[in-house]
Every structure is written in C-alpha cells, then in structure tokens.
Design a binder for this molecule. Sequence first.
Ligand SMILES: [Zn+2]
Length: 107
Amino acid sequence: MAGEIYKQKIMEFTRKGNIDRVKWLENIEKYVLTTYAERIARNDKSVMQELMLPNWVTWELLYDWATMKTQKKGTQCTLCGNYSEVGIDFNKKFICEYCFLKIKNMK
Ligand SMILES: [Zn+2]
C-alpha cells in the first residue's frame, strides 16, 4: 500500500529520536512540490538530481510518498472533475459537495 514506507520511516526516526528527519518528512511537501511528486509517481528518477534532498532520502521512500500523495481518493465529480469523498448522487452522477453547494446557492 502506498504511504507504508513513508509512515514506517517517520515511526523509525521518532523511535530513534531523530527529530530533524521526522520534521523533514512531515513537511516534505515544502521541499518536494506537487509537480515533482507527480513526476516521481511516474517513476521519473531525474527528479533526484533536480531536488536538493538530504542523503538519507531514498528513491524508494520518495516514490512511496509521491504515490500516496497523487493517489486519487473518492469519486470524480461530473461538474468540476475533481476527486472528492463527500458529495451526492444526482441522476446516477456524482456531484462533489463544493459543486452541490454552488448549485444550491444559485437557486
Ligand atoms: Zn465538483
């Protein structure tokens, strides 16, 4: 399952008292932006040369995190195309909460 290695690493570093590494992992999105995460999830290893990463960050760890981050959760909204876990079924089509509220407020 995606995110497994990432979570294990956080637990491992917490146990060892390596707070700097725990903090880095918890704030990984500040160091590895979404566009990079998408490339990592596509197995584009050239990202490793472009990013300034600590030497203990392995490709395996990055790939695991990126897969988790870019994974689509929920159902795709018919109107906006975003994935959402909250919404309603309207004529057998899924509408996310955001779009539903938008429509409701227009009436
Ligand atoms: Zn929507």
